[in-house]
Design a protein around this ligand. Structure first.
Ligand SMILES: [Zn+2]
Length: 212
């Protein structure tokens, strides 16, 4: 039942020079992009994307296991420049404070190599669904045109749903204002790491987005 493992392609480098990898698990269904980790101190989603890489996809799956390898390496929210990547996108961008402050948004939108990698990838793939993993609120957060997909994911994963406007400068905010109508939302996993059963629920929820 195991499909051939997709090969990772390096699509760019972090501010600290670490590679950012992309895997494509080709399938006939809708294009689904999944980002396992954007805040380096919120790594639980990586287990889900690693499991997704081994599925026989009912979707055309695109996976970025770690968009913030610098943060992951040092257990920090920010990248090596001290920037919160999820405040660095060009939608409602504003300065939240200097580098290494909690929500440091950078000197301008897309100032960071990691967010430019994400931007270029999203423009190229034009995903119909994008899932961003975070921690530790233990809920699915969606708004506007992504609410339906977010609710469906929450139902499939057995999580609470939060309907609330997007944060300034966040990836979801930027994507939800792109033409084309794709859904993009945040899955806030609980604190700690996921057990095998939980990983399985999230894999089914991702694949369920693409199911008819
Ligand atoms: Zn986060």
């Amino acid at each position: 039942m195991l499909s051939t493992l997709a090969a990772a392609v390096v699509v760019g480098h972090s501010a600290g020079g670490r590679p950012i990898e992309l895997l494509h698990i080709a399938g006939a269904g809708p294009r689904v992009l999944v980002v396992g980790c954007i805040h380096g101190n919120e790594p639980a989603g990586i287990a889900i994307v690693r499991a997704l890489e081994r599925t026989h996809a009912h979707a055309d799956l695109w996976v970025v296991p770690v968009l913030n390898p610098d943060g992951l390496a040092r257990g920090a929210r920010q990248n090596a420049d001290g920037i919160d990547l999820n405040r660095n996108f060009a939608a409602g961008w504003r300065s939240f404070g200097p580098p290494w402050s909690v929500f440091a948004a950078g000197p301008r939108p897309f100032s960071e190599p990691e967010t430019r990698v994400a931007r270029d990838l999203i423009r190229r793939i034009r995903p119909q669904y994008t899932v961003w993993y975070h921690q530790h609120l233990d809920l699915v957060w969606a708004y506007g045109r992504s609410s339906r997909a977010g609710r469906r994911y929450a139902e499939l994963a057995g999580m609470r749903f939060r309907h609330r406007r997007w944060l300034d400068g966040s990836a979801t905010n930027w994507q939800n204002h792109l033409p084309g109508g794709g859904a993009s939302f945040t899955v806030e996993l609980p604190a700690g790491s996921l057990d095998e059963a939980a990983v399985g629920r999230h894999v089914r929820a991702v694949l369920g987005l693409a199911a008819p």
